[in-house]
Design a protein around this ligand. Structure first.
Ligand code: KG4
Ligand code: ZN
Length: 336
């Protein structure tokens, strides 16, 4: 008999619901994005995000079930992102999941957002272990090593801003609209290696740091302005992107050398970046025995299918929560 998981994801500014069959087949994947609203403010306004989640969540759930042609009676379990993310946004998804789980007497399956991003790769590829994942999003920059299925070890993380956050902040300095990542990606293609920006130092070999890089961009722009020199925005975008992405890719390659994974995957919204995709592909050519998966854009940005795929695995392991569970923005992936 087929197992259907209904999954909810509301950790940031996407209200998403998906129905997954047998852990792999995406029957529906509805994502209601709030980007048009937040872009007017240059970034996500948490209070506004949670209010829009409240308005949209029932509609998105209904649409996901209709598109999948699955009824609540047929659903085996309700998976939901419990953290990390914006507390108010997470809360809406968790409350909705708890309500449905109680009403229909289904198991409630709590999922870590980053676990979802990593397992999004399962939608498009068979994954192999040991696996190394470079998780890069608006809220995260992490290298996660998985010796086996459902075992998570964080090798390194950001000491300050997440890489997507840095993209969004630098985009704002360059007067580009939110979200800034795709804008810088596009603009940098026309840029040249004209400006020099230093790679920030980190404590751990696998850690990242981006806030100093953002400040260097600001200082460079102020200096050019003071000296009445032209500010070539495409060249700034180019230099920022090269430093940020080379830091990510160099540390990933260091981990490939040391941890010898069989498979490397990209995860999170910044994995949509065209330069990151080509850089890592190029570097991985020196490791022909290590598989590389770069998921399609629809799997990189926030969605509920990734929560459903992870939810199916957790369902099989019996990793359920009771109705006392709440949203947890500080949840630790290693205790998943
Ligand atoms: O994973 P995601 O959808 O949400 C979070 O969990 O944060 O990632 C959103 C982030 C934003 O910061 C956005 O600017 C960035 O991903 N992003 C990109 C690109 N597309 C989205 N960054 C760089 N290049 C892109 N093409
Ligand atoms: Zn995300």
């Amino acid at each position: 008999m087929s197992v259907y998981i209904l999954a909810l994801e509301t950790s940031c500014d996407e209200t998403a619901c998906s129905v997954i069959k047998d852990g792999k087949e995406v029957l529906s994947n509805i994502v209601s994005s709030q980007i048009n609203i937040h872009s007017q403010f240059g970034g996500v306004i948490p209070e506004v995000a949670s209010r829009i989640h409240v308005e949209n969540i029932s509609l998105v759930i209904q649409e996901a079930l209709e598109k999948a042609e699955v009824t609540m009676d047929e659903v085996a379990g309700i998976a939901v992102t419990v953290g990390p993310g914006l507390i108010g946004s997470l809360h809406v998804g968790v409350m909705a999941a708890k309500t449905i789980a109680w009403l229909y007497d289904k198991p409630l399956i709590p999922i870590h957002h980053i676990v979802g991003h990593i397992y999004a790769n399962k939608i498009v590829d068979d994954i192999q272990f040991p696996l190394l994942s470079l998780v890069v999003s608006g809220g995260h920059s992490e290298l996660v090593f998985m010796k086996d299925d459902w075992s998570f070890k964080v090798l390194g993380t950001t000491q300050d801003d997440a890489v997507g956050e840095a993209y969004d902040k630098v985009a704002r300095l360059l007067h580009l609209p939110y979200p800034g990542g795709p804008q810088i990606d596009r603009l940098a293609k026309q840029g040249k290696p004209h400006y020099t920006l230093k790679t920030p130092k980190t404590e751990g070999a696998y850690d990242f740091s981006f806030s100093g890089l953002k400040s260097s961009v600001l200082q460079l722009m102020e200096r050019l302005k003071k000296q009445k020199e032209e500010i070539v925005e495409a060249d700034i975008a180019y230099s920022f992107q090269e430093v940020a992405l080379n830091m990510l890719v160099d540390k990933t390659m260091l981990a490939v050398e040391q941890y010898k994974p069989k498979h490397v995957v990209l995860a999170g919204g910044v994995a949509a970046n065209s330069r990151l995709r080509s850089l890592i592909t190029e570097k991985m050519e020196s490791y022909p025995n290590v598989k590389l998966t770069i998921p399609p854009l629809s799997c990189c940005t926030d969605n509920a299918a990734m929560i459903g795929v992870s939810g199916y695995m957790a369902y099989q392991k019996g990793l359920f929560a009771d109705l006392s569970i709440g949203a947890n923005p500080w949840i630790d992936i290693e205790s998943s």
